[in-house]
Ligand binder design. Structure first.
Ligand code: AMP
Length: 116
């Protein structure tokens, strides 16, 4: 069940501020408050979905494509395609997802190390 009072829902409703990068009626991108790399951006669709499974199951192709296309545009805006970047989305208990509104982390701006 989607919690309408999660932090990102509050950012969407402008109840709390964010360090905004891009926003339109469907999506919003902002800097992570606790960056894990030189560049750490969060991208979220405004639709009330909890995680990737929820997003794919509830939203149509057009909305899913629009969101991921914008991720690529943000990657290019920060020139990350030149040196590389990492996308992360957390879902479920094993991932320790903190905020229960679907989001994608875009990390880059420095060498991120390897996952293992
Ligand atoms: P996750 O573990 O994938 O749910 O990650 C949630 C992310 O949201 C973390 O990287 C937090 O630093 C970030 N975060 C939490 N509150 C805010 C906020 N008010 N503005 C920006 N980022 C936030």
């Amino acid at each position: 069940m989607y919690d309408k009072n999660n932090i990102f829902a509050k950012i969407i409703k402008k109840e709390i501020p964010c360090n905004l990068i891009f926003e339109d009626e469907k999506i919003i991108f902002f800097h992570d408050i606790n960056p894990q790399a030189k560049i750490h951006i969060l991208g979220i669709p405004k639709t009330e979905v909890i995680n990737l499974s929820d997003f794919i199951q509830k939203c149509g192709q057009e909305e899913v494509y629009y969101f991921f296309k914008k991720i690529y545009e943000i990657v290019k805006k920060f020139n990350l395609q030149k040196t590389g970047y990492r996308l992360i989305t957390n879902e479920g208990t094993d991932s320790n997802q903190e905020v229960q509104h679907f989001h994608v982390h875009i990390l880059g701006g420095e060498n991120l190390g390897s996952l293992n």
